[in-house]
Design a protein around this ligand. Structure first.
Ligand code: GUN
Ligand code: ZN
Length: 436
């Protein structure tokens, strides 16, 4: 049992001040039962007998929240984050494709996968939907390491058969064989899931997209991740390559790739009609604000997409995104909304980063909050992690103000501990932490 402040979302909030949408315990106890949550209760409600029987760890001063869910990120891009001066298409050619070629080497891929997952945990992110590269071994490396750490992770090998260097292209036959081998090896093992990963319309022939659609309908528990409508130059190129489709989203719809297990990154320039189609199909848009700023892609119309019922989640989109921290992603989502004349309220932001993200990935029954029986993936946040954060907390009395200022000022320094399935997976203050 951990004694600390506790905050978690119980459902999607209706707006700021929706107190029924969350639970906040200023002096709470999170009781664990092995890898699962037993329950979260106010300390004052424990009986004398329970206080005697439980083994307490005192984390007073910390705020316990569910681990963050990153709905869109590229692990092979972790080493080329912050590459200067280009928008999407040039950025892919100049920096991304060259960096991804190194993942043909299994040793290189294994080292990068371990580094990436440690970074996720150091940032308090316990689940993610992740792109590997086109190389089968890159996905193996990531799954192997995530399995070892017991993480709930969804990932897939990239499918691309055009629009890149020869060494990064697979083609429908090779792509299908490698994908089916990976599904066989990893899907459902431990807490892992598989996502079919056609990179985007510009890197896939119709045959490749059709193959992905066949696999998507053949494997009912497999996900699909891709990119859509990110950059205006990209969108113009898609319209030229696929003149018969109604729009960018229509290319994926025609191949049966848009459904409840689909996560499409960006969607910056989608129109109302497309958001309505996403609402009907229950496909999720992963809003990736730091990437959209960094590549100059544009301002995602979150309030409009929300109003039309499109399912949403948040993604870091590293290495076009500039941070793995969900605090940074929430802050940039807020700033994107502000530039469109709207505010993103903190309850909605934390919901998207935890329970909402889990629900968007079809994992709402397993993770996302502290409901009894859920998997105990959570973090302990240090509200005095920096002098400025500590000072700001002197004036933050309401939980919504605490959460908002933490999102604006916080980063990995505020994550004191990360727990995966009830076990400590990162301890910021451990001096002799094993370099697992
Ligand atoms: N579109 C196709 N590939 C990528 C990628 O790696 N990153 C981003 N941000 N967009 C893409
Ligand atoms: Zn991406």
């Amino acid at each position: 049992a951990l004694r600390a402040s506790i905050f978690h979302m119980m459902r999607r909030p209706a707006g700021p001040g929706d107190k029924d949408a969350y639970e906040y315990l200023s002096d709470g106890v999170l009781i664990l039962n092995g890898p699962r949550v037993e329950r979260a209760v106010p300390y004052a409600e424990l009986t004398a007998e329970e206080r005697r029987a439980l083994i307490f760890e005192d984390l007073s001063g910390c705020l316990l929240t569910p681990g963050f869910v990153d709905a869109h990120v590229h692990f092979p891009q972790i080493g080329m984050i912050g590459a200067y001066g280009a928008q999407l298409m040039e950025w892919l050619e100049r920096y991304t494709f060259p960096a991804e070629q190194a993942f043909a080497d299994p040793d290189f891929a294994r080292e990068a996968a371990a580094f990436f997952l440690k970074e996720l945990l150091r940032n308090g992110t316990t689940s993610a939907m992740v792109f590997a590269t086109v190389h089968e071994v890159s996905a193996d490396a990531l799954f192997e390491d995530a399995l070892k750490r017991g993480m709930r992770l969804i990932a897939g090998k990239v499918l691309m058969d055009r629009g890149g260097p020869e060494s990064l292209l697979d083609g429908p036959d090779l792509g299908r064989e490698a994908t089916e081998r990976l599904i066989g090896r990893w899907r459902g093992k431990g807490r892992l899931g598989y996502a079919l990963t056609p990179r985007f319309a510009l890197s896939c022939s119709d045959a490749q997209l059709a193959m992905a659609g066949e696999l998507f309908s053949r494997y009912p528990d497999v996900y699909l991740q891709t990119h859509v409508s990110e950059n205006t130059g990209e969108i113009a190129a898609v319209a030229e390559l696929f003149p018969d489709d109604v729009d960018y989203l229509g290319v994926y719809e025609r191949h049966g790739l848009v459904g409840a297990r689909s996560v499409l990154a960006h969607g910056v320039h989608l129109d109302d009609g497309a958001f309505k189609r996403l609402s009907a199909s229950r496909a999720t848009i992963a809003h990736c604000p730091s990437s959209n700023f960094f590549l100059g892609s544009g301002l995602f119309p979150l309030a409009e997409a929300d109003a039309l019922g499109a399912p949403l989640a948040l993604g870091s989109d590293v290495g076009a995104g500039t941070s793995l921290s969900a605090f940074r992603t929430m802050a940039e989502a807020y700033q994107t909304a502000q530039l469109r004349g709207r505010a993103l309220d903190p309850l909605r932001a934390y919901y998207l980063a935890t329970l909402g993200g889990a629900e968007a990935l079809g994992l709402g029954a397993h993770i996302g909050n502290f409901e009894p029986g859920k998997e105990a993936d959570f973090i302990a946040l240090d509200l005095a992690a920096t002098p400025l954060l500590k000072r700001r907390m002197d004036t933050a009395h309401e939980i919504e103000d605490i959460l908002f200022s933490l999102a604006i000022l916080g980063d990995d320094r505020a994550v004191a501990r990360t727990y995966v399935a009830g076990a400590l997976a990162h301890n910021r203050d451990a001096r002799d932490a094993p370099d697992a």
